[in-house]
Design a protein around this ligand. Structure first.
Ligand SMILES: [Zn+2]
Length: 150
């Protein structure tokens, strides 16, 4: 059986479902943005702020990740809270057209300059960039920052 927006409770530890639902109800998830068809990005407010990404294929949850330290091989409450928010339709319209039309207008030179500035200042972006484009990249992060896909 595959995990979907309507049955995910059966795939997640009961106490995490409960905590995630509580998180959702208390509005601890900042507005969920639909960044492309079926793809969502959100911030979860906790002792720290965590980034949550969810990818759907129709109702099916095909991929998700949260950058919180909860990495015992199980879904975290932040992801659960975002599932609820998506299930109940609390998300923005699709931003991908906006992204594309802005990107189309940016001169290459300006885009490169922007990326270089981010590479210098934003450690998370730098790691993602190197993981994607540097064939010698070795992730030396401790487990805390490991991304979970499942
Ligand atoms: Zn999390």
């Amino acid at each position: 059986m595959q995990m979907t927006l309507t049955n995910f409770e059966g795939f997640v530890e009961a106490k995490i479902v409960e905590r995630g639902y509580d998180y959702y109800r208390r509005g601890r998830i900042a507005k969920v943005e639909q960044v492309d068809e079926g793809e969502f990005s959100a911030i979860a407010f906790g002792s720290d702020d965590y980034e949550v990404y969810v990818k759907l294929d129709g109702e099916r949850i095909v991929e998700y990740e949260c950058d919180c330290p909860y990495d015992w091989g199980n879904t975290c409450k932040h992801a659960v809270a975002v599932f609820y928010q998506i299930r109940y339709g609390n998300f923005t319209g699709n931003s991908s057209d906006k992204f594309n039309s802005i990107l189309k207008e940016i001169p290459n030179k300006d885009l490169r300059k922007f990326v270089i500035n981010l590479l210098k200042r934003d450690r998370n972006f730098r790691r993602k960039f190197l993981r994607e484009f540097d064939e010698n990249f070795e992730d030396d992060e401790d487990d805390e920052f490991e991304e979970d896909y499942y």
